[in-house]
Design a protein around this ligand. Structure first.
Ligand code: NAD
Length: 258
């Protein structure tokens, strides 16, 4: 292994869950590729938070299939190889299906599901050659259960779980594991913004929106914290997780136990 250190790419890692996973990997001594569609100048503060860790930013809009595929080549060229791929980037749109703009359906599917197909296609040959790899797809409780008004998101996340299982079988004898993490509601900027929007739409206080809408399906009545997802991702990258593959691992406060 080059320089004895692992190399990880986390897509959509300038915020929320992806940023937390990237921070955890950096603390573990990994070289880390951060990614978002934002220009590099806009993420300078985020990058600075990593101090002296070996972290680089790769701008790529993952809605573009060519950019998603090319991203793997850029990271591999910059760091020498790629050991861990976390497909985390995702977007959301809440609307009844008859009001769901086709462009939003396309973008949600492209950013979460199609991009994972393209990055995995590009990353697998290098991992196979090295005989070791970890692919972690951030799906959702909505990869296992549905909610109304989230047709594109639910369909996409179910697709991510299916993709995970198929690739896990293909990679099973190559020292590569492929898993989906399925979080319930996680307190991130994505969710904080939805709380504000829903409060305005429903004429409720933010506390009522959190209690009656967001935490209603989550039996613990608490948000999952991004750091909890990061710890699970780190565990999946260890040797003792080598037999965990093709799994959709829930971290959802009991949501999918119902
Ligand atoms: P977030 O909005 O805080 O972060 C999303 C990240 O993806 C950002 O860095 C953003 O720049 C990036 N991104 C968005 N579109 C992109 C594109 N076209 N190309 C490249 N990067 C892009 O969101 P989050 O809550 O941290 O969610 C991260 C992942 O976790 C998503 O896949 C989401 O579906 C999933 N998830 C979130 C929750 C939750 O409650 N927050 C629950 C289950 C699953």
């Amino acid at each position: 292994m080059q320089n004895g250190r692992r190399v990880a790419l986390v897509t959509g890692s300038t915020s929320g869950i992806g940023l937390s996973i990237a921070q955890k990997f950096a603390q573990m001594g990994y070289a880390v590729g951060l990614n978002s569609f934002e220009p590099a100048a806009d993420v300078a503060d985020t990058l600075a938070q990593f101090g002296n860790a070996e972290v680089r930013y790769f701008e790529a809009d993952l809605a573009d299939p060519r950019a998603a595929f090319a991203l793997i080549g850029e990271v591999t060229e910059a760091f020498g190889h790629l050991d861990v791929l976390v497909n985390n980037a995702g977007v959301q749109k809440v609307a009844p299906i008859e009001d769901m703009p086709p462009a939003d359906w396309d973008r949600i599917r492209a950013v979460s599901l199609d991009s994972a197909f393209h990055t995995i296609r590009a990353a697998l040959p290098g991992m196979t050659q090295r005989g070791w790899g970890r692919i972690i797809n951030i799906a959702s409780a909505h990869g296992l259960r549905a909610s109304p008004f989230k047709s594109a998101y639910v369909a996409t996340k179910h697709g991510v779980v299916g993709l995970t299982k198929a690739v896990a079988l293909e990679a099973a004898e190559k020292g590569i594991t492929v898993n989906a993490i399925c979080p319930g509601y996680v307190w991130t900027p994505l969710v904080a913004k939805q709380v504000t929007d829903q409060a305005r739409v429903h004429g409720l206080s933010e506390e009522e929106v959190i209690r009656n809408i967001f935490l209603a399906p989550q039996p613990t009545r608490q948000f999952v914290q991004p750091e909890e997802i990061a710890e699970l991702a780190a565990y999946l990258c260890g040797e003792m997780a080598r037999s965990i593959t093709g799994s959709a691992i829930s971290i959802d406060g009991g949501w999918t136990a119902k």
